[in-house]
Design a protein. Structure first.
Length: 273
């Protein structure tokens, strides 16, 4: 019987495959940080209506498809990848990481709280694992599919519940949306969500392209090593039909199993020996 980690240790090229495009920068590419209000603010009586209007589109998203360009850093590793993505409420996700020379290097499919990851070049598979753990091992961003969809579309949380609001200086407002999460809105004709804090993350919506954010930046607030990832979205379409087969993977019979811990060891937060 092979020892834990043997599948990875026997493949010196695997770290490059997993980090693929994921890891071609030596340091994170800089992003503009949205300055958040730091004053206490005054009560915002109509916060619920403001939040409802600002999230009307994202709350109506049933499915989402598009391409995501990732860049940033996790610890000392730079991150860069081009990803084809598909989501369906409540918790289904499909990600395909494109290789530098074409083809798909990594496939990830998740539904009903379980995920399968296939590293195509080395024929390795992670089976039946929590989707957030798998995504965290690859990118440092440990979020479940419903949370990723909410962040990318501007809702921040899968089911936000506004509970209080404050009006700040310079045309800003903040609204508590449950679970300790806060969204920050800027008024330019209409209120639009520009940033948020949730769990251990700060989220910045640097650009909006029509109905959805064009650039989403996540920065860890507590994790060590630090994680900073910027996602640039393109070719976005919503509420189309996605075949259910998209959220399962056909794994080759001879694929070799690895664990999430083994995957994490060679990912951006792992340590090279």
């Amino acid at each position: 019987m092979s020892q834990p980690g043997a599948a990875i240790a026997e493949r010196p090229s695997l770290r490059a495959v997993v980090l693929l495009g994921f890891m071609t920068c030596a340091t994170a590419c800089g992003s503009r940080v949205v300055p958040l209000p730091d004053d206490v603010g005054a009560p915002l009586p109509d916060f619920a209506t403001i939040h409802q209007d600002a999230t009307r589109i994202c709350r109506g998203v049933r499915t989402l498809e598009g391409q995501i360009a990732l860049r940033g850093s996790a610890g000392d590793q730079g991150l860069r990848a081009s990803v084809l993505a598909g989501f369906e409420r409540p918790d289904s996700m499909r990600l395909e990481v494109l290789g530098a020379f074409g083809g798909v290097e990594v496939r990830l499919a998740a539904r009903e709280g379980r995920a399968t990851l296939l590293l195509t070049s080395d024929n390795l598979v992670v089976r039946d694992a929590p989707p957030g753990d798998v995504l965290g091992a690859l990118t440092g961003v440990n979020l479940a599919p419903a949370d990723v969809l909410a962040v990318l579309t501007g809702c921040v949380m899968p089911a936000p519940e506004p509970t209080a609001g404050r009006l700040h200086a310079n045309g800003w407002a903040s609204i508590d949306i449950g679970g300790g999460a806060v969204v920050y809105l800027e008024r330019s004709g209409e209120w639009r969500i520009r940033a948020a804090r949730r769990d251990a993350w700060r989220i910045d919506y640097e650009e909006w392209e029509g109905l959805f954010p064009g650039v989403v930046r996540l920065q860890s607030l507590a994790a060590r090593p630090a994680v900073e990832v910027t996602a640039t979205l393109s070719r976005i379409s919503s509420n189309g039909e996605i075949p259910q087969a998209a959220f399962t993977l056909n794994v080759p019979e001879d694929a070799e199993d690895v664990t999430v811990d083994e995957l994490r060891a060679i990912g951006p937060l792992g340590e090279e020996e």
